[in-house]
Each structure stands twice: as structure tokens, then as C-alpha cells.
Design a protein around this ligand. Structure first.
Ligand code: HPA
Length: 248
């Protein structure tokens, strides 16, 4: 059986899955890091591959950008294909001064401006979106072993790449602070667009999930990495994610 978005047969996707947004990156990761690779999906060019990392079956499934696209693939991975450990690997925009370009960041928690969490609980509670602790602590350990410094904390998962959250007279500015300043004041480290969906879908299905990022740009410092730098920086994060996803 396949789905409208994924032509994999049941059993073709591993229980351990890495989730880059970019399909080309999925292909490069599968080629550079996995053995015995088989491509199982090319519908909409949102590629998916299964191979082996240190003899453990691992899949790399691209997701596209943003919560709606991401949620389609992750819902099907969990509910149709039986994925049990899911690690998002992507880029984020740094917000906090302490965060520097090219650093690796692990999302311990995800805040969001998306309505998906509120709707899940009918607006009755503000559900905390959390990383799976086991994966989180293993990722921190693996980063240490690999000699890659990481920061761990809260991120803002936004539905809008282009917003006015940094504008002085932005829609949500208040008390002399822009919304970005207010979020930074509360310890939010970076902005990205998928982690809230990952943590919500994983919590609802009782599977393990984690989101790891490299800082590709800094929203406040107005700094940007080049595509070549992003390629190299990505490798540290991929290694941490692969070691973590196969960790027993
Ligand atoms: N905003 C939202 N998502 C992102 C960014 C950003 O600046 N950089 C990488 N992902």
C-alpha cells in the first residue's frame, strides 16, 4: 500500500527516519552517509531513501517546508509506515545574541504561532511541545563525542517566513518591545518552521521525536551563510542525528 504522497510499500521505510526539508539534501545525505541505499519515493520530487547506517536501517524522508507539508509526510510515516524515531534536520534563523552562525541547535521545546496546537486541545490548554528526552540526551552525548558544540533550548516555529515580528510597529509589538524582542527576552533562541508539528504529531502517537538545526542566518544580527558553508555545516548535524537515531 502507498499513499497519495509516498509510493513506498509498507516495510520499505525504516522505523528510524531523518527528516530534511530539501529533497536534494535528502539525496546527498543518503548517498554520503548510508550503505545499500534504495529510493522509495519521487512523488512531487519529495524524495525518500532507505539505507543502512552502521548496519542499522535508516530512512531519509524529505518533507518540504512549513507545517502543512511537513505534517503530511510525518503523519504518514508514523501512521502508515510505522516510524518510531523521527529526527528533523534543518536550518534555523538565529534570534538570541548568544547564537552564532553555523552553530548546531537542538530544540528542547517548540513555541509556535500556528493554530495547530490550540486546535488540538480545543483552546482549553497551552500544551507544551517537547523533544523526546531520551533522544535529546543522546543527541547531546553524541555531539560531545563528535566534538561538536551544541546549544539546547526553545525555538519559535512560525507559519510565516515573512512576518513583521521584528518591526517596531509590528502587529504584535507591545510595551516598547517587538514580538521578536519579547520572545528573545523569554529565552527563545531561533526561528524555524516545522518543529511544532513534529513534537505535536509525535506526542499524539507516542513516538520519539527531536529537531536539530544549524543556524543558517541570524535574524537580529542580519548575518547569512553561503550555500557552500551550509553544505559543510550540515554534516555535523547529520552525524549527530544519525548516531542518535541508531542509538539503542
Ligand atoms: N525564518 C524561518 N525559518 C527559517 C529561517 C528564518 O529566518 N532560517 C532558516 N529557517
Amino acid at each position: 500500500m502507498s499513499t497519495p504522497h509516498n509510493s513506498a510499500e509498507i516495510g520499505e521505510i525504516a522505523e528510524r527516519v531523518l527528516l530534511p526539508g530539501d529533497p536534494v539534501r535528502a539525496k546527498v545525505i543518503a548517498k554520503n552517509f548510508l550503505d545499500d541505499v534504495k529510493q522509495y519515493n519521487e512523488i512531487r520530487n519529495i524524495y525518500g531513501f532507505t539505507g543502512k547506517y552502521k548496519n542499522v536501517p535508516v530512512s531519509i524522508q524529505a518533507t518540504g517546508m512549513g507545517i502543512p507539508s511537513f505534517s503530511i509526510y510525518v503523519h504518514e510515516l508514523i501512521h502508515v509506515y510505522g516510524a518510531k524515531k523521527l529526527i528533523r534536520i534543518g536550518t534555523c534563523g538565529g534570534m538570541h545574541q548568544d547564537l552564532n552562525l553555523r552553530e548546531v541547535l537542538i530544540a528542547q521545546g517548540a513555541s509556535t504561532d500556528s493554530s495547530i496546537v490550540e486546535r488540538e486541545f480545543g483552546g482549553a490548554i497551552n500544551f507544551s511541545l517537547l523533544a523526546n528526552f531520551e533522544l535529546l540526551s543522546k543527541a547531546v552525548d553524541n555531539a560531545k563525542k563528535l566534538n561538536v558544540p551544541v546549544k539546547v533550548g526553545n525555538v519559535i516555529c512560525t507559519d510565516r517566513f515573512y512576518n513583521d515580528y521584528g518591526a517596531e510597529n509590528g502587529t504584535y509589538s507591545s510595551g516598547g518591545l517587538t514580538l521578536n524582542e519579547k520572545m528573545i527576552q523569554h529565552g527563545i533562541l531561533a526561528v524555524e518552521m516545522e518543529s511544532a508539528a513534529l513534537y505535536l504529531l509525535a506526542a499524539a502517537a507516542n513516538v520519539q521525536a527531536l529537531a536539530i538545526f544549524t543556524v543558517s542566518d541570524h535574524v537580529v544580527k542580519k548575518e547569512y551563510t553561503t550555500p557552500e558553508e551550509r553544505e559543510t555545516d550540515f554534516n555535523d548535524m547529520v552525524k549527530i542525528a544519525l548516531e542518535t537515531v541508531i542509538d539503542k
